[in-house]
Design a protein around this ligand. Structure first.
Ligand SMILES: [Zn+2]
Length: 127
């Protein structure tokens, strides 16, 4: 299996959230690994998320974990449950709150594109 982290970050550079799903039973692993945690299958397949999610938790980081993130403080970290059912931890806009519907944009930082979740724009009016 290719390096899952690389595939994930390449997805972010292409403005998409990628995730693995078992090709046998449909389970989405809680973190990338070479086999399915439910059925043991090695047939894990990459998919692209719709990008739609709902905020389950939010915190504000005032002290960066390392020098790379110091220029970003204070910043919001979110747990977002994506429409496909999996949860990711990612940055968020300051005005995002728990239960908000969000979508990612991708912000270049230190050679990577970080997903930063912002409020979904309201759906267009029906014709
Ligand atoms: Zn499975």
């Amino acid at each position: 299996m290719s390096d899952a982290a690389s595939i994930y970050w390449e997805g972010c550079a292409a403005q998409e959230i990628r995730f693995l799903r078992c090709g046998e039973c449909g389970r989405i692993p809680s973190y990338p690994r070479p086999f399915c945690e439910r059925c043991g299958s090695h047939r894990l397949v990459w998919h692209v998320s719709s990008g739609r999610g709902r905020v389950e938790a939010r915190t504000v980081v005032y002290r960066a974990p390392n020098a790379k993130f110091e220029p970003l403080v204070p910043y919001v970290l979110l747990l977002v449950r994506m429409a496909e059912g999996f949860i990711i931890m990612a940055h968020g806009e300051l005005d995002v709150a728990v239960n908000d519907e969000v979508r990612p944009r991708f912000v270049e930082h230190d050679g990577r594109f970080l997903p930063v979740f912002a409020l979904s724009s309201p759906p267009p009016p029906a014709p």
